[in-house]
Each structure stands twice: as C-alpha cells, then as structure tokens.
Design a protein around this ligand. Sequence first.
Ligand code: GLN
Ligand code: ZN
Length: 770
Amino acid sequence: MSVTVATLGFPRIGPRRELKTELEQHWAGRSDAASLLAVAARLRAGNWAWQRDRGADVIPSNDFSLYDHVLDTSVMVGAIPPVYGWTGGPVDSATYFAMARGTQGEAACAHGHAAHAAGGVPAAEMTKWFDTNYHYLVPEFSADQVFRLSSTKPVDEYNEARAQGIETRPVLLGPVSYLLLGKARGGDFDPLTLLPRLLPVYVAVLRALADAGAGWVQIDEPCLVLDLNDAARAAYAQAYAQLHAALDGTRLMLTTYFGDLGDNLATALALPVDGLHIDLVRAPGQLQPVLDGARPDLVLSLGVIDGRNVWRADLHAILARIAPAVRSGRTLQLAPSCSLLHSPLDLDRETALDEDVRSWLAFAVQKIGELAILARALNTGVESVRGELDAAAAAVASRRTSPRINSPAVQARVAGGSGQEGRPTPFPARQAAQRAMLDLPPFPTTTIGSFPQTPEVRQARAAQARGALADDAYEAFLKEEIAAAVRWQEEVGLDVLVHGEFERNDMVQYFGEHLSGFVFTRHGWVQSYGSRCVRPPIIYGDVARPEPMTVGWWEYAQSLTARPMKGMLTGPVTILNWSFVRDDQPRETTCRQIAYAIRDEVVDLERAGAAIIQIDEAALREGLPLRRRDWQAYLDWAVACFRIASSGVADVTQIHTHMCYSEFNDIIAAIAAMDADVISIETARSKMELLDAFVGHRYPAEIGPGVYDIHSPREPSVDEMVALLKAAARRLDARQIWVNPDCGLKTRKWPEVWPAIASMVAAARAMRAG
Ligand code: GLN
Ligand code: ZN
C-alpha cells in the first residue's frame, strides 16, 4: 500500500485576498450574494486545483468558509441564538453575517468583544482558535437547545469539487470539540450534556455525504490535545460509538492537532474510527506510543510538515523520524501538522524577498510539494527524489550556518544574562522616588498610546512606502500630527501625554522593521478572523537593535510640552507571539534576544530624558500553552524577558505596561513578578470585575483600569466613568489608581475621542474632589 499525501485544510482568502475584498464589497452593499458566492466558488476551485497539482492525493472540501468554520458548524446544526430571529430553514447570508459581525457596522474589535450597538444585534463572541492567531465565533447554546440539520454546505462543496473532477475528503468540526468550544447561555449548564441531541445531526450529515459518494470524512477533534476531564473523555467514547453504529461505509479520519494527545491517547485510540491524524511537529514524541497502541488496521495520518510556521522542512530528518511508522507496515498518509489555514499561501509571489531568506521558506503551496517529495521517497525510493532531498538539505544547512542568522554578539549577550534580571530596588522605594520626581495629582490621567489612524495618516504612510511621498515630507507630516495631538492633550488636561503612534503601521511590525533578524513579506497574509488578515513578521535570525527606533519621535513630542511624555514600546513577548518565529532555537531564546533589543531602547529613551516608559505586553496571556502543566515554564521565561527589557533604568524612571482584555486571575502572580510600576488593563466592559484579580496583596503596584470602552462607538458619560472609578476605588487603594481608556484609540475617529477623553479627565477631577 503506497503512502499518500493528505491536506487537512487550505488558506481561504485567495492569493490576492480576493475573499476579503469581496466580503467588504458585499457588506458595503456594493455586491450581491450571487457575486460573493461566485468569488467563493472560484477560490475553492483554485484551491483544489492547486493542491492536486502540487501532489496532494487526499484533498479536503468544506474547509472553505465565508467567515469562519465554527460559525459554519453552528449554522449546519441550527445553533442560531434567538436574537438573530431565525425561524428554521436554510440560514440566509444576512443572518450568517449578523452572527459574524452584528448588524451595526464594525461590530467586533480585535479582542473579540462584540459591540452592542443600539438597535442592532450583537455579533457572536469571538475568541482565539486554540493557540493560533485565528479567531472563531463561539457557539452559544441554551439549556433547551434544539439542533437540526440546517445546511447543505458540506455536501454542496463535495459535489462542487466532484463536478471539477476532484474527489475530496469533506471536513467537519467534530461534535465533541464543537460543544467544548461553545458556551452555555447563562453559564448554568455544561454544553456537553447536549451531545445526545447533537449527534443525530452529525449522523444526518455523514449519511448525506455518504449518499453523495464520499468514502472518507475528516472529522476534526483538536480538543483531544487539551486537558480534559472524565466527562469529556466519556463524551468522546459515546459520540464516536454512536456515529460508528449509524454509519455504513463512510470512513472517518479523526484529526488531532496543535499538540500531544498525552493523557487522552487511550481515549483517542479506543474510538471506533478508521484513521487518526497526529501532530508530529508540535509533538514528535507521540509517534511511538501511537504505533504501540493503535489497532493494526487504523490508518495513520502523520502531521510531519509544520502547518503553522513558514520554514522549509528538513526532509531527511522527517524520513528518519517516521521510519518506525513505515516499518510498521501500516497504511500511512503524510500531512501537514494541521490545516494550512495558518500558513501564508504561496512563496512564489514573494519576488521581492531576500534570496537567501526565501530559500529557507515554504508556504502552504510549497508545503504540499514537500509532502509529495517525502511520499515519493517512500514509495519509489530515495534515489528517485535525490535531487529534491539534497536541495532541501542544502537549504537547511545554509540556514543553520548563515552569518545572516548568527550574531555571536547577540548570542553572547543572551548567554551572559543571569536569568535574574530585574530592578534592584523594590517597588515601594521606587514608587516614593517616582512620586517625588513626577509630582502627579491623585488619579493621574493618561491614554494607552495610539491616537486615531485617520485616512490621512494611512495615506501618507502608503504614499511614503511607494515612493510617492519623500521621507522628509512624511516626517514633517507626522510631526504636525504629533504637535496637534500634544496641543490637544494639554488643552484637555491629560497629565501624562503620548505622541500618538502615528508613525506605526502596527505595534509589532513597526518594531520588526527596525530590528535586525526580521523580514517582511508582501503577500504573506494569514486569516485572523473573517475578512481580517494579518501579515506577521518573520523572525529568521538573531535579533538586535542597530539603532534607536522611537527616540527621535519621543524627543520631538517631549520638546513640545512640559508635561511628561511617555515613551511607548511593544514588549518582547508580544513581538514574539505575533510573529512567525524561527524553529531552530527555543522560542524562549528568541524572546530573550528581543528583550535585550527593547532594553537598549528603554535605556536610550531614559537617557534622552523620558521619565515614563510604557512597554506593552498585549499578547502575554495569548502565549500560554494549551496544557496547564506547561504554563509555569512559559510564564517564567516570559516574565524574565519583560524584566530584561525593563530593568536597565534608574529607580525614578517609571515603567508602565499594558495588557488587553484577559482573564488575569490565573496569571496574576506572573503579572506581579513583571514588576512594572504601573499596569493599564482593559476593564471598561467588564464593569471593573477583571480588577478583582489585582486586589489585596496579589498586586502591589499602580493600576490604570480602562474606564472608556473604545470598542464601541458609544460616547461614555462623566457619571459612567466616575461610577467605574468608584468601583475601582472600592477594590484598590485610591493612590494606586490611574485613569485611562481601554486600548485601541487608533481605531476610533477624532470626533469620538475628543469628547470621550474630556469626560474622562472630568471624571478624574471629580474623583480628586472626593
Ligand atoms: N500602545 C498600543 C495602542 O494604544 C497598545 C495596543 C494594544 O494594546 N493592543 O494602540
Ligand atoms: Zn490593549
């Protein structure tokens, strides 16, 4: 039996982000549903042809989505919350997009909080898909939830591919993961209790696919790599026993990815399925236990090519790693570790990329080619692909030894670190010194850093990038923006000012462009949610900071005012978590390198005169590993990196940090260990409940809980903000409290920001007056 190549899912957005463009046209009312569906069909056809041509034998269908595959699953099973007014029958596109985005324009912010605009319906909640930067729409169930088959999408797309001569393996999100990813409305029951009601819908879908001719169905159960309780494990056994009993003929490839089956291995291996996919990139060690424990007739799909990163693979190493599986005589498929959704599409389009770096990379299309080479090596002998294997080996060797990657100075600096970096003086003494120096009023006011990125700001940046605006004209433009922002901040009465971040396209990209060891693609977009795509930087080499990145802007801004101007930086952990990271050294090592680069910037800002420096760690919590047992190790090095970045300054220099909406309770010890002098967090929408994590001895330093929910276009009143500050003052010592909005002012318009911040300052003054 020969080894075949399988893919589990493919990027949906298209080589030129056609899906994004078309969705935005559709939402703006400039293109109708038929046009949208036609674009989607063309993208699917292209994706299928691409996969076939590059050598995939097993090609997925129903992996495409107009917005999100979890939302598609909710639609498929008819789990549409009542607020959307759906009364049965097929779910129309208006209802679909209402769930995705709400019905009042921009309905969800980057953090997944739906905006509850007056009169409209809110979008469903959005959250991160495991530890990727893809976001899914959280299914919401009621205790009396009824499920019914409400979509023909899986069958339609299977038939569509077939009509093009491509036999596919349809993909479904498995019933147990689907329920585990959802939430109970009201929170008063366990969604898993709905399993018996859900399964008949899955049976119906699987039967329909079998009737259409599908021999195999891929059923994704990524929750099998999470910490599960006994009830969840039992649900797996129950679900698959029931599906097995109801199916005749259709075979299931159960896929797991993003980690190790670990303590769920026995559960997974006992399921009556026909195939099992395991992630051997994240968890290479699970191959042997799976080989030892799996039924002899279980088809194994080996996820050997990294679906979540951009590096060309070491094909020889993979062949060696899977040799035991080959020797076992089992039926094998070779696959990416997970869906290629998380990988950029096609490296061939990156014609402007540095040649060396390009030779080290593989995007989705190239990854399928790598799998095809591996399969040929196994099926027709390594000699038949000697040239390809040697080329891959040469690329790996060139990357390993390249002076472009290796900076002895950077490596020595990281190696020379004590691992105990931190500020020498404890917080209370620093606080006293800073108070004497800064002389701020109680309830000092500030903002989180960015101000509106107006169309003019974006246009100027784009013009400068294409050479249509000279560098000095661009600089003069930005200085005017900064000057106007400083004037307004003084007038409105803010105590600690910011320059506004007008020069930054993005809080990570800006720094990546100024650090060595980073490259940027032109077209390396990856879906973040719906039509939103990100183009993460690629960290390919040792990271250093050749010269100051922000000092000039800060100096200019500070020169305009006598009030303290905050230096504004992105922290090392956030830069790491929002980039493609090199795979030839531990993430921790790369993070330490970034930390030293940021430290240099912090020291230079202080030397230039900055009394307050903010180091944002928006994505610190996002980096938490999927399994609890791995949390502490991550938090230890993440905190160490923040301390490296922030501890090069004198006691009087005040270090701020910032974190976006998070569950803070279970990481509060780590946040305290970061030892910042002030932290701002987003809390406005949580009514200060998120602040509870910081109460008492758990957090000694100063805190700015967001009082203005900038994710909503609604203008907050003074009273509302006073009420929030009073709620904060009930939990904290008044002298601990700063007054600031939530983050993301760059996404609002100036006419919204002006009155809201004026009200915020008024609220702070009311608090001072007592
Ligand atoms: N300083 C950044 C800003 O204000 C922080 C962004 C963020 O927290 N995501 O935009
Ligand atoms: Zn934030």
